[in-house]
Ligand binder design. Structure first.
Ligand code: FAD
Length: 416
């Protein structure tokens, strides 16, 4: 049977990470096919419904010293922002134990340093991509405002400032008065603010992905609607199998987000990839706030997007197949109302997405450990939008054997 498609390089997964790789390979003249069962910007993708922040200055991993106690208390607290249903507790235990291992001082500092480097590279790459594909109308460069109601959470930020300076990332501490000058519609009780001027807000993530995909298609990138079920070695390349047939490709990269491990299982791979589920609620559009804001103690993000105000919060560990439970995010509505009292928080739409998370809060950006012409780009957790551009650039350099000064060892596949 003739193959469905023949390609020089096939990218499995057309979320933000896959598209960024497509951009860099296409720029170097490689013939690229992106294969995905869903069209670009589809609601199934984590890249669809996120908070839209290119948070270059967010570099601390989830696993930090003290996680043990924090984690335990979060699990038992009734209004906790982390939820693990009883039915999934045993299944997620090995991942949680790995997370604990990453929480030593030494490991968390190493993970933070590597993430800061990756974010800084991504900032440069995103600037180029916004320019190159004319994405200006879909982003806003107003910065990201963190709000604090207690002194402790605010002073905890101090230890991060040197690293931000080292990477030339701009920040400003704000008094309560300065916060209310910037955002006069916020409710009472804010004691401090922290403005990260370098953070960019994607004002409609799914539209940005569609626009980028259309622009790439005009430059010759091919998009195929297929679900890949297996990857096999063949002479001169790889065969990617789907129910409709197979794709022959010289090289391929797995950018399948939270589904990557499932796809790689047949190759005997056991990457500790867990889906950290996250929810959003959409409300009507508003001009009551000008920045994407995060209330640190309440763990709420409010992002003013073109199609409405988006609220995101919380993490749920329940795998890829458990139906959504919107209780977690609805429970945060009173806190959101306190933050923006003059806004009508009638829910217009809701969404569940799957963050592809590895225990050290860093993605895998590497060649496959045993298959030379297969590459891996997944596991970006909370920062996939932010880090996608650097991931695309680093993977393209690896695939094309380009020299690159960036130390990608921290992102290697065999580190677990
Ligand atoms: C609530 C929430 C808020 C977030 N906020 C932010 C934020 O503000 N900033 C930030 O940087 N990040 C944020 N993130 C994280 C970010 O959205 C993800 O890390 C990122 O979108 C992952 O991109 P991806 O391309 O790896 O995966 P996805 O966007 O999920 O794309 C993976 C693609 O692979 C395809 N695929 C899967 N299996 C196969 C297969 N077998 N064959 C072919 N194709 C396949 C899927 O259909 C999908 O299209 C947030 C996430 C959530 C859930």
């Amino acid at each position: 049977m003739n193959p469905l498609n023949q390609s020089e390089h096939t990218i499995i997964g057309g979320g933000i990470v896959g598209l960024m790789l497509a951009h860099y390979l296409n720029q170097s003249g490689v013939k690229v096919t992106v294969v995905d069962p869903s069209p670009p910007g589809h609601i199934n993708q984590a890249s669809f419904g996120n908070a839209g922040r290119l948070a270059f200055a967010s570099y601390r991993p989830i696993a930090e010293p003290g996680l043990w106690w924090q984690g335990l208390s979060m699990l038992w607290k009734k209004d906790s922002v982390v939820r693990i249903p009883w039915s999934y507790r045993l299944a997620v235990l090995p991942w949680l134990l790995r997370l604990l291992r990453e929480s030593s001082y030494r490991r968390s500092e190493q993970n933070a340093a590597a993430t800061a480097e990756l974010n800084a590279l991504s900032k440069k790459c995103w600037d180029d991509i916004i320019q190159d594909h004319g994405l200006h109308s879909l982003v806003s460069k107003t910065g990201w405002l963190k709000l604090f109601s207690t002194d402790k959470a605010f002073t905890d930020m101090d230890s991060q400032l040197d690293t931000l300076d080292q990477h030339d990332l701009h920040w400003q501490k704000l008094s309560a008065e300065e916060v209310y000058q910037l955002e006069p519609n916020l409710g009472p009780g804010i004691k401090h603010g922290f403005l990260q001027q370098d953070s960019i807000l994607i004002k409609q993530p799914h539209r940005l992905i569609e626009t980028l995909a259309q622009s790439l298609a005009k430059r010759g990138v091919k998009f195929l609607v297929e679900n890949i079920s297996d990857i096999r070695k063949i002479e001169n390349g790889l065969e990617l199998c789907s129910v409709n047939g197979s794709i022959h490709t010289q090289k391929a990269t797995v950018c399948s987000g939270a589904w990557s491990q499932k796809l790689l299982e047949n190759l005997g791979d056991r990457f500790p990839l867990e889906s950290e589920r996250g929810y959003h609620l959409m409300f009507r559009p508003t001009q009551l706030i000008g920045h994407s804001i995060m209330h640190v103690e309440e763990h709420i993000v409010l992002s003013p997007m073109i199609d409405g105000l988006r609220m995101t919060t919380g993490e749920e560990f329940a795998g890829l197949d458990t139906p959504p439970d919107y209780k977690l995010i609805h429970a945060k509505l009173p806190s959101a109302k306190a933050l923006l009292p003059n806004f009508d928080f009638s829910v217009q739409a809701k969404w569940l997405g799957f963050r592809p998370s590895l225990p050290d809060s860093k993605p895998i950006i590497d060649r496959h450990p045993t298959m030379d012409n297969l590459f891996l780009g997944f596991g970006h957790g909370h920062l996939g939008m932010t880090q996608s551009a650097a991931t695309g650039k680093l993977l393209a350099d690896l695939i094309l054997n380009n020299r690159n000064e960036f130390n990608i060892r921290s992102f290697r596949a065999n580190r677990f």
